[in-house]
Design a protein around this ligand. Structure first.
Ligand code: SF4
Length: 416
């Protein structure tokens, strides 16, 4: 009888070059055998150095390993050095990437301090004018990158695709015996734009291991198709992101759907989740979502994860939901301290379950778990540690007592 072995885990990683993005001693590698890097982007006015430095700090502390800032005006370019200095004073060494459109060639040449303070440049070849002007502007930016020894992300975007290239490819397409649909030509144009600009950058002197590519689109199936094609046609590291993913659950679901498929196929060296923040919403959400995608897929570990059941009619109260939320928040808040004190704690699993149906079983599978009493059950909560039932908690202070048990477990298991 032939036995079909189920495939567990992602496919082998697509082979890419390794690019260094650094600031001082802080070195972030993208591509090759490096872990998939989490990035984010500020939404403050870069000309407001204080507000931008504060947001970069928040994103970095949340776990963003590179933070991108827009550099769109002379005022913004002038303040980049102040932002870098503020961060260095606060002990935040996260590398900054500068996002350039339209006038990047001018800003990078007119503000060499800005060019030096940034650790990476994002260049959009679709937003540089046309014809010879476009070529000259691109060459100027690459020349600055070479001079300052900075890596470049050539970031092509569905919404700002090189019009001349697209028009040429559309013309060629209609002359074919069996023309492809226009959307397929657009996808192809994105890939051609990214790769041809990377090759031009190399011709201009930028080393091949200083180039990262992205081709962002806003539809899941297009993104998957584009990146599969890109991965098949080059070995530059790939920055994944579904652009304009949207608000709330739609943005999270669409990004997760697209990126999970690609990461499972071994495609993607760095990710950014582009969420439209809710009014007054927390910008760090995009960092947490990016980390959760990588951690739930088993690609990286950042924070101990809480497994919790959804609850149903068997749960007599919201106690278990409140406890699950409390424990997840507690674990996340402890991580800045714990990751230096307790190496390996980020891989820990905690279960908080609502009743006896799946509670004891799921709690046994976790490193530490608790099964709260459901409707009609004896009002007690057995705790499981490393698969063994230990104490049983009762009364009004189950949450505090369980948190203390988790805290002691972490110190015992992961302490020196
Ligand atoms: Fe419902 Fe119990 Fe299952 Fe939770 S563990 S979903 S409370 S049956």
């Amino acid at each position: 009888e032939p036995v079909i072995q189920p495939l567990i885990g992602p496919s082998a990683r697509h082979r890419t070059r390794k690019v260094l993005v650094a600031w001082g001693d802080q070195k972030v590698w993208i591509g090759g055998d490096a872990p998939v890097v989490v990035q984010s982007m500020t939404n403050t006015d870069t000309a407001d150095a204080i507000a931008t430095a504060i947001q970069v700090k928040e994103l970095a502390l949340a776990g963003s390993e590179i933070v991108r800032i827009t550099v769109n005006t002379p005022e913004a370019a002038r303040e980049v050095i102040a932002i870098r200095e503020q961060l260095d004073r606060m002990g935040i060494s996260v590398p900054l990437a500068g996002d350039f459109h339209y006038n990047g060639h001018k800003l990078l040449t007119q503000f060499p301090d800005c060019a030096q303070a940034l650790s990476k440049y994002r260049i959009n070849p679709g937003n540089m004018g046309g014809g010879k002007k476009r070529d000259d502007n691109f060459a100027q930016m690459i020349e600055v990158a070479c001079r300052h020894q900075k890596p470049v992300r050539i970031g092509v975007n569905w919404g700002s695709l090189d019009h001349e290239l697209l028009a040429r490819m559309m013309d060629e397409n209609v002359k074919l015996a069996q023309p492809r649909d226009g959307r397929a030509v657009m996808r192809d144009a994105l890939v051609v734009s990214a790769i041809s600009n990377a090759e031009r950058a190399q011709e201009l002197g930028l080393p091949g291991d200083a180039i990262i590519l992205s081709c962002k689109v806003s539809h899941v199936q297009d993104l998957i198709a584009v990146y599969r094609d890109l991965a098949a046609r080059c070995d530059y590291p790939l920055h994944l992101g579904l652009t304009e993913a949207g608000m709330g659950s739609k943005g999270i679901v669409a990004s997760t759907a697209a990126l999970s498929v690609l990461l499972q196929e071994g495609i993607g060296d760095t990710i950014r989740i582009s969420l439209t923040p809710e009014p007054g919403g927390d910008r760090t959400r995009e960092v947490i979502v990016a980390q959760e995608i990588l951690q739930t897929m088993g690609l990286r570990a950042f924070t101990p994860m809480v497994v919790a059941c959804p609850g149903c009619g068997r749960t007599s109260s919201t106690v278990f939901q409140e406890l699950a939320d409390r424990i997840q928040t507690y674990l996340r808040e402890q991580m800045p301290l714990w990751k230096t004190q307790y190496p390996g704690v980020e891989s820990m699993n905690v279960a908080v379950m609502g009743c006896v149906v799946n509670g004891p079983g799921e709690s046994r599978h976790a490193d530490i778990g608790i099964s709260l009493p459901g409707t009609g059950e004896v009002p007690s909560a057995p705790v499981f540690v490393d698969g063994e039932r230990t104490v049983t908690l009762k009364g009004d202070h189950i949450a505090e007592e369980f948190q203390k048990i988790v805290q002691d477990y972490v110190a015992r298991r992961y302490g020196a």
